[in-house]
Design a protein around this ligand. Structure first.
Ligand SMILES: O=P(O)(O)OC[C@H]1O[C@H](OP(=O)(O)OP(=O)(O)O)[C@H](O)[C@@H]1O
Ligand SMILES: Nc1ncnc2[nH]cnc12
Length: 222
């Protein structure tokens, strides 16, 4: 994962995944297993390719942290398209085609792909922001993450009571940020359908903080 981004390998994958994502959904009802298995194998190749675009920077932002840089995923439009298509397919596989009512993305890197994903799914997007950035009445939750402590907020009207919420972010490390986002959703009487991340920082047991709702990590096995 270390070093500069290699040449792009994703150009052929994004359109293929886009066209087969709905076929995978059909397989859940037993109608198109061949297309679904093709979508699954394209998703597997896309994950390997996406993983290769990540870079690592040792001792950033503080000594001892091996920082995983996801920005190359967005630098190339084909890698970006592959990412969004792969996330969409991952959601349909993990949640058995149960669509969230709203996607909640975390400040700041959850904003890079959360709104685009929401648009693809035809659902709304709501922001979890660091304290002091959102106007109007807000709910607040404190959290501790891999390199510090912070406060998150959501606007009180961002979620309606009973809405099914998918929480998305680029990376889960300690799980503190995602847990705080879930606390905010719960304060607003939303229902956490699950969590979606691009990547997990190993060895920190972040998922243990998140309780029973399903957690899916796109590049877990790539
Ligand atoms: O699982 P955790 O230990 O909570 O860590 C994960 C969080 O840390 C990073 O964000 P950061 O707080 O660095 O903010 P940024 O997105 O604004 O860079 C990352 O984007 C996640 O949101
Ligand atoms: N090691 C890491 N790399 C990138 N983002 C992070 N957020 C929390 N831990 C991180």
């Amino acid at each position: 994962m270390t070093g500069p981004p290699p040449p792009d390998h994703t150009s052929d994958l994004s359109s293929n995944i886009q066209t087969t994502a709905s076929s995978a959904a059909q397989d859940a009802s037993g109608r198109q297993p061949a297309a679904a298995s093709s979508a699954a194998s394209q998703l597997a190749s896309a994950k390997i390719s996406l993983r290769k675009t990540l870079r690592q920077f040792p001792d950033f932002p503080i000594p001892g942290i091996d920082f995983v840089d996801i920005m190359p995923l967005f630098a190339n439009p084909e890698a970006h398209a592959t990412l969004v298509s792969a996330l969409e397919l991952q959601i349909s596989q993990t949640f058995n085609n149960v669509k969230p009512d709203i996607i909640v993305g975390l400040d700041a890197r959850g904003f890079l792909f959360g709104p685009g994903l929401a648009l693809r799914l035809g659902v709304g997007f709501a922001a979890v922001r660091k304290k002091g950035k959102l106007p109007g009445p807000c709910v607040t939750a404190e959290y501790v993450k891999e390199y510090g402590k912070d406060l998150f907020q959501m606007q009180e009207d961002a979620i309606k009571e009973g809405q099914k919420v998918l929480i998305v972010d680029d990376i889960i490390a300690t799980g503190g940020s995602a847990k705080a986002a879930a606390d905010l959703v719960t304060q607003l009487k939303g229902q956490v359908l699950g969590y979606l991340f691009i990547l997990e920082i190993p060895g920190l047991n972040g998922r243990d903080k998140l309780g029973a709702a399903p957690t899916t990590i796109l590049l877990e096995e790539a």
